[in-house]
Design a protein around this ligand. Structure first.
Ligand code: NAD
Length: 502
């Protein structure tokens, strides 16, 4: 059985604790993937010191050359796409087609970052004084702490690490405890590309990997004064904690947090299309996406018909190991995640008094008993005040609500603390534009599922979904760089702005 290591200052090494935690396949817990270091504060401190030292050199590597490293990273990921995706399914459970999408998002992000190495545009403005030039351009920040969840174990780390590197920062990466192997693969690939592109000028410590728990390793990131910025994706509870400590320590913090996304279906919609979308949005990745469709808001005129169509299709979804052919839905990622889902089903039945239409139980037939499977679950008669309509469940559970008008549907959609993704199915162009205007979310799809973001577009949410930053595309480069203003006076005399010219 393989024992995996941390990567610090260009070396693969054990944690100073000497301890490990095991990682198992959630579709078959008899399948042991490996042992990963249970790291401590000493490991974090060593990694941060290495990153700090590496920053002195990496910031001076020309940005196009830093981009060249990301180009090679993308090429290697592309060559190894199937193998990376197979292992990702084994590690966290979503089906192979989806893990291939996850890997592809990493590839897209690598190529985008590579090209950004030749842009990183600054802005210039005229000076208010003669014979003087004003420029502004981006500079790196320093050392970043990268903390990521398990549901997109390749895409999310790449969204953060690649732009951070292109901007000239160095990083210490703490992946989720449930997906350490994918993180391991990613860091191996980055290091391979660094060596290929930099050759004898290779700089150890630009990317460091420290495995371990959030409580120990993650917390050490917060207190470490040599970490200048933290980019975090995960739960709102942990995000608030990071924001609190980060605020006190004046760290730059980017937070991508929870969601309670809804799909609206109006009575003029293409129902077949809306059906495919909600199945994909609610049960893809076993509902464990931050952008998962957790609520379905149906116009009363099509409510009963659409619910019947949905129930018939949901009942046919095939559960199983995501690397097996024909499987639609994998397991929950862990036993505790499945328990959370089951607890919410009990809340839906007992506290909320909603009506269970389908599912609502563990799936344990045959080989499914070896994993953390849960039946795709649908509740009807849900009202906006119910907990299953308001709280993030992060599992294959869909709450169906009824509306009578566009305005009411948008009020329901907006009625949670979150604001990540959203969707409306309608063939009325006026209603579509009103929805774009009035829906409170970072992402709105017209006639598309709540999931399916593209790597070159801004990604993130409003309200309790984050703190205003965006990942993806051009917007993320604002988080990973500082602006520097430069004034060049070629007048040969002291010119005082605001004083000498007015
Ligand atoms: P989580 O908050 O439990 O863990 C996320 C990461 O934070 C893990 O690496 C964990 O080890 C670490 N962590 C935990 N406690 C910490 C602490 N005190 N200090 C520092 N780090 C700590 O979330 P999860 O269960 O891994 O992921 C699911 C959550 O992530 C859901 O709420 C989901 O909506 C959210 N998510 C959001 C997005 C987005 O882009 N908005 C994307 C994916 C997932």
């Amino acid at each position: 059985m393989e024992y995996f290591k941390n990567f610090i200052n260009g070396e693969w090494k054990d944690s100073k604790s000497g301890k490990h935690t095991e990682n198992r396949n959630p579709a078959n817990t008899e399948d042991l993937i490996g042992y990963f270091p249970a790291s401590t504060k000493d490991d974090v401190n060593e990694a941060v010191s290495a990153a700090r030292e590496a920053f002195k050199k990496w910031r001076l590597v020309p940005a196009p050359k830093r981009g060249d490293v990301l180009k090679v990273v993308g090429d290697i990921m592309l060559q190894r796409k199937d193998e990376i995706s197979f292992e990702m399914t084994r590690e966290m459970g979503k089906v192979f087609a989806e893990t291939k999408g996850d890997t592809q998002e990493g590839i897209d992000t690598a190529y985008y970052a590579a090209s950004e190495g030749r842009r990183l545009f600054g802005l210039n403005a005229p000076s208010e004084l003669p014979n003087k030039m004003n420029l502004s351009f981006r500079i790196p920040i320093g050392v970043g702490g990268i903390i990521t969840p398990w549901n997109f174990p390749m895409a999310i780390p790449t969204w953060k690490i690649f732009p951070a590197l292109v901007c000239g920062n160095t990083v210490v990466f703490k992946p989720a405890e449930l997906t350490p192997k994918t993180a391991n693969t990613l860091v191996h690939i980055i290091d391979e590309a660094m060596k290929e592109v930099l050759g004898k000028d290779y700089i150890p410590g630009v990317v460091n990997l420290v495995h371990g728990s959030g409580r120990v390793v993650g917390e050490c990131f917060l207190e470490n004064k040599n970490i200048d910025f933290i980019s975090f994706t995960g739960s709102t509870a942990v995000g608030k904690r990071i924001n609190e400590v980060g605020g006190r320590e004046l760290k730059r913090v980017s937070l991508e947090l929870g969601g309670k996304n809804a799909q609206i279906v109006m009575d003029d919609a293409n129902l077949d299309l809306a059906l495919d979308a909600v199945l994909w949005g609610a049960f893809g990745t076993t509902g464990q996406r931050c952008t998962a469709t957790s609520r379905l808001i149906l116009h009363k005129n099509i409510h009963d018909k659409f619910l019947k169509m949905l129930t018939d299709r949901a009942a046919k979804l095939k559960l199983g190991y995501g690397n097996d052919k024909g499987v639609d839905v994998g397991p929950c990622v862990s036993e505790s995640q499945r328990e959370t889902v089951n607890d919410y089903v009990k809340i839906g039945l007992n506290e909320d008094k909603a009506t269970l239409v389908i599912g609502g139980d563990y799936a344990k037939d045959g080989n499914l008993a070896k994993g953390w499977f849960y039946k795709p679950t649908i509740f009807k008669d849900v009202t906006p005040d119910m907990r299953i309509a308001k709280e993030e469940i992060f599992g294959p559970v869909l709450a169906v609500l009824k509306c009578s008008s566009l305005e009411e549907s948008i009020d329901i959609l907006n009625g949670t603390e979150y604001g990540l993704s959203s969707s409306i199915f309608t063939n009325n162009v006026n209603d579509a534009f009103k929805a774009v205007r009035d829906i409170q979310a970072g992402i709105t799809y017209i006639n598309g599922a709540t999931i399916g973001a593209e790597a070159h577009m801004p990604f993130g949410g409003v309200k309790a979904t984050g703190n205003g930053h965006r990942e993806g595309g051009w917007t993320v480069y604002d988080f990973y760089s500082e602006w520097k203003a430069v004034y060049i006076d070629y007048s040969g005399k002291l010119q005082r702005a605001q004083i000498d010219n007015y």
